[in-house]
Design a binder for this molecule. Structure first.
Ligand SMILES: [Zn+2]
Length: 287
């Protein structure tokens, strides 16, 4: 990681590990909007994720996301690849980007690309990440639009990867929803596995056209679910703050953290772990 990136991250009190950007004119995921939301909500740094969705729209390549974010020092990038159709090409490209210090992690999308995380063919991606000491983040669980193969991103498959690559830091995004207890078990068992709770609260894809009553009920349910994950893990060491912006808003997620703080009597150290400490650990940045 570049020295100035490391220094920026060390100073950050709130880091969102999970945001999306788009190159499409009609998309809400615009860099200026992201920047505005970060300023408004005091989000100090974010991780923007490249995405290759050969089966649906919404892709953003490594070069596209790097070009969009190049003038924003507080936005760092996780690279990605099309593991389903162009694995070799992707591995070469990610290797080059890691050598050049342009990305700080890798994001994989089992469920949108129909590849199981424990498929042997992905080993070279994990070896590459381990060699450079960068984390691999996985989309897990629900795929909101077809074609999406939920079975490919069940948390249980991450366990094999965690076992095989104990030195590799892994993030299971979205708590493995709907298999949340399974994801919790994988994080509990494996010292190298962390969970982010992005995309669950006020998820606009899920909430579309719902009444306020059901949105509120859903939010209460999700808040309780996330609190229960921490109770299940008996601590905050494995939990990472992430939003899935613009699918969920920074505002909704900051108020979620306030609710969790109240509900679980989080002390300042525990809150700090969730908001920044744990992701810094995963990124290998020492405060
Ligand atoms: Zn996401």
């Amino acid at each position: 990681m570049r020295k100035e990136t490391k220094e920026m991250l060390k100073r950050a009190s709130i880091i969102d590990d999970h945001v999306h950007l788009s190159v499409h004119a009609k998309s809400r995921a615009k860099i200026e909007e992201l920047d505005r939301s970060m300023v408004e909500n005091s989000i100090d740094a974010v991780i923007a994720l490249a995405a290759y969705f050969p089966r649906k729209t919404g892709s953003i390549t490594n070069e596209q996301i790097l070009s969009l974010t190049k003038n924003y020092d507080n936005i760092v990038v996780f690279g990605s690849l099309d593991a389903e159709n162009n694995l070799q090409k992707g591995v070469l490209e990610l290797g080059k980007l890691l050598t050049e210090d342009r990305i700080v992690g890798i994001k994989l999308y089992p469920g949108y690309q129909f590849v199981y995380p424990n498929d042997k063919k992905l080993d070279e991606v994990y070896e590459l990440a381990a060699k450079f000491g960068v984390p691999v983040m996985f989309h897990s669980g629900l795929a909101y639009k077809s074609p999406g193969g939920i079975r490919f991103s069940r948390p249980i498959y991450f366990d094999d990867v965690a076992d095989k690559f104990p030195e590799l830091k892994m993030i299971i995004s979205h708590l493995g929803d709907p298999d949340i207890r399974q994801a919790t078990a994988v994080a509990h068992k494996n010292p190298n596995v962390y969970l982010d709770f992005s995309g669950l609260v006020s998820n606009t894809t899920k909430n579309q056209e719902r009444s306020e009553k059901w949105k509120r009920k859903n939010e209460e349910y999700i808040t309780e679910t996330i609190a229960n994950v921490m109770i299940d893990l008996m601590g905050t060491e494995k939990i990472i703050f992430g939003t899935d912006w613009p699918i969920s808003s920074h505002k909704a997620y900051l108020s979620l953290v306030d609710s969790l703080e109240e509900r679980l009597d989080l002390d300042s150290k525990e809150k700090e772990q969730i908001l920044a400490g744990n992701i810094l650990k995963v990124l290998g940045v020492k405060k």
